[in-house]
Design a protein around this ligand. Structure first.
Ligand code: 1HE
Length: 259
């Protein structure tokens, strides 16, 4: 188990299990934690093919560390610069090329939802709830929610979610795309690890394309997006696993797709 400040990292085969570990603060994110997250995903261990991200204890993450925020009395420019460090850190996650499966439980709120939204696949257990309580703390989202959460649930619903101070439970979150699967209480980590382990068997270039190209292409015009897709597909096609992957199917050795 490697210790990166508030981040604990444990290799489980080719899966890096990354745990935000400040349970006494409900895994609230302070400056050191955001730097540790960015540094880890900027340069993950070479042997890691997929990561699972979770939080220690009954809550995934309570968002911005409000105690540190109150203590530092950040000026507008200081807060803007802090938000830009969050953007940098979460960009390393979303666009860094390492697939990340989030295991969610309890509170996934404020910056905690921003952290989850930078992951590529999200498994929630039945205790999970989602909220953006920034308005209730007299602040505004600053860790990427306007972009990432806005794109998942739509800007109109995000405005309403904040203005009406809504909390969505796990099943509602599933319907909205805030999570992709709901499992019984206490089983999110086990299921996230299983998804991650299975994904380690994909060709590395296929995984890289999934987690880097799709969201970028969705920021492009139609013609640019289609061109970028063809380029990405051409590069993935150059991978050494392509012939073996196709032969497995053609020789009827591949696992069948199930409905
Ligand atoms: C914290 C934080 C925090 C808990 N910063 N210390 N985020 C929020 O507005 C969410 C604030 N937190 C909560 O609503 C609740 O703590 C929870 C629903 C997450 C969990 O409730 P519970 O009953 O399990 O724990 P608790 O008793 O409320 O908290 C336990 C301790 O954690 C307590 O400290 P203690 O010294 O009294 O033991 C809390 O003060 C502490 N704690 N959450 C600091 N967030 C880039 S901008 C992003 C903007 C935002 O993220 S705004 C949303 C902030």
């Amino acid at each position: 188990m490697a210790d990166h400040g508030a981040l604990q990292v444990e290799m489980r085969g080719a899966v890096a299990l990354v745990t935000v570990s400040r349970p006494e603060r409900r895994n609230a994110i302070d400056e050191a934690t955001v730097e540790a997250i960015g540094a880890f995903f900027q340069k993950p261990p070479k042997e890691a093919k997929v990561a699972v991200l979770t939080g220690a204890g009954p809550h995934f993450c309570a968002g911005l560390d409000l105690e540190e925020h109150a203590r530092l009395k950040r000026t507008p420019v200081e807060f803007m610069r802090m938000c830009q460090r969050w953007h940098w850190a979460f960009d390393q996650m979303q666009f860094g090329g390492l697939p990340i499966v989030a295991a969610l439980q309890g509170a996934v709120v404020g910056g905690g939802l921003e952290l989850a939204a930078a992951c590529h696949s999200r498994v929630a257990d039945a205790t999970t709830f989602f909220a953006l309580p920034e308005g209730q703390r007299a602040i505004f989202t600053g860790g990427g929610a306007t972009v990432r959460v806005g794109r998942i649930i739509g800007p109109g619903r995000m405005v309403d979610m904040m203005l009406a101070a809504r909390t969505y439970g796990a099943e509602r979150g599933l319907a909205l795309g805030l999570c992709h699967e709901v499992v019984p209480a206490g089983q999110a980590l086990e299921r996230a690890l299983a998804i991650a382990e299975a994904a380690t068997h994909h060709a590395p270039l296929s995984n890289y394309a999934m987690v880097t190209a799709i969201s970028r292409i969705n920021d492009m015009s139609t013609t640019d997006g289609l061109f970028a897709e063809s380029l990405m597909a051409g590069i993935v096609q150059s991978g050494p696993e392509v012939a073996a992957g196709l032969a497995e199917f053609l020789e009827k050795r591949a696992k069948r797709l199930e409905s």
